[in-house]
Design a protein around this ligand. Structure first.
Ligand SMILES: *Cc1c(COP(=O)(O)O)cnc(C)c1O
Length: 371
């Protein structure tokens, strides 16, 4: 007998991660490459977090605190919410997965925009649910269109705010109208992975709507602003009655102990956070200026990454840059054939990105002329 797998699993396409540096260098035999593909922190990790990890190494034989007690307490104080509202996860990706596994049955719908973070769609498909995608308008969530796409089968709406890959945010007024249009049995999930980079005046956060109807859930992560992507830790803030269900479904020790102590320390590392925000702000200004001089179309962002219309097939540009040791993200998997997404790097990385892109585009233009 062959193995049997549900149809919806057989049809899944794995998530295409940004290429790791080591893999690139191994495959292409190059060195000193840079990665501006996964929106990681250009400065590294919070030094206080690294110290906390060192200190904790001698305790690795113990299981972690399955309830993340201290971290929930600290986050609760910090965010002004009850700690019963907080669930930590192995990255905020795990919270996305938990929400879908807890609330979505085969045949039910999960609403999201297009383009958006691919994980919402993949996790929905993995439980036999139907991802319903509503085309964005001018690279922003079309909340009116999304409200119109809600059906009796809709269980969850995912909105990344800021949006990945565009970096645009939702305006408070449009969100409040949207919220009134969504039925009370639908969960609205605001994925705020990049909120630390947004101008607070430009948008709202889900924390402001936590206890209303329909409930609004906020997802946050230590992967970006705190530079801990490799440790895997993020969290969701949700009404306690929602958290209670997730706590039944999640694995008892889903967040490892190093991640817990690192996150706790990172929260106190105000200096690292501020330095990160400054480097990103200055890097964005530098890159936008350079790209404007190259006459390339870019889109304003409230995040640490943005889209560039490179005017050629994005995969070709991606490959050519890869050969020169610069990893960016081709947006082809998001249906944006001429777009790349880049994450802000350190000043010297940003300069190298501009130089390399210039070279690659000049080469493509001259080979096009020859055709
Ligand atoms: C990077 C990112 C996350 C963070 O995921 P983690 O699992 O916490 O590393 C979540 N949502 C979006 C849209 C992202 O781009």
């Amino acid at each position: 007998m062959g193995i049997r797998v549900p149809d919806y699993i057989a049809k899944l396409q794995p998530y295409p991660p940004g290429k790791p540096l080591e893999e690139l260098e191994r495959e292409y035999g190059i060195r000193d490459s840079i990665k501006l593909a996964s929106n990681e922190n250009p400065l590294g990790s919070s030094p206080l977090a690294l110290e906390a990890i060192q200190d904790h190494l001698k305790k690795l034989r113990f299981y972690p605190d399955g309830s993340c007690f201290y971290l929930r307490q600290r986050l609760g104080q910090r965010l002004g919410v009850d700690d019963a509202s907080i669930i930590l996860g192995n990255g905020s990706n795990e919270i996305i997965d938990l929400l879908i596994r807890t609330f979505v049955q085969p045949g039910e719908e999960v609403l999201m925009s297009e383009p958006t973070f691919l994980v919402y769609r993949l996790m929905t498909q993995a439980v036999g649910g139907s991802p319903i995608q509503v085309e964005q308008k001018l690279f922003a969530h079309d909340l009116e269109g999304m409200a119109a796409a809600v059906t009796p089968r809709t269980r969850i709406v995912f909105l990344d705010n800021p949006n990945n890959p565009s970096g645009t945010v939702i305006r408070r007024e449009e969100f409040e109208i949207f919220r009134q249009q969504v039925p009370e049995d639908v969960l609205i999930v605001l994925d705020e992975a990049y909120m630390e980079f947004a101008d607070p005046a430009s948008t709202m956060t889900g924390l402001e709507y936590l206890n209303g109807d329909p409930p609004v859930i906020s997802l946050r992560t230590f992967s970006k602003a705190y530079g801990l992507a490799g440790l895997r830790i993020g969290f969701g803030v949700m009404p306690p009655r929602v958290a209670d269900y997730l706590n039944r479904v999640r694995q008892p020790f889903n967040v490892n102990s190093l991640a817990q102590v690192a996150a706790l320390a990172a929260l106190d590392d105000e200096a690292f956070l501020q330095e990160t925000q400054k480097v990103v702000r200055e890097g964005l200004a530098f890159l936008f200026k350079g790209l404007a001089e190259m006459r390339l179309r870019t889109f304003p962002t409230q995040s640490n990454f943005f889209l560039i219309d490179v005017g050629f097939d994005a995969r070709t540009v991606y490959e050519a840059m890869l050969h020169r040791g610069v990893i960016v993200r081709a947006m082809s998997a998001y249906g944006l054939d001429h777009y790349i997404r880049i994450s802000v790097g350190r000043p010297e990385e940003n300069q190298r990105f501009l130089d390399t892109l210039k070279e690659v585009l000049a080469e493509l233009a001259s080979s096009n002329d020859r055709d």
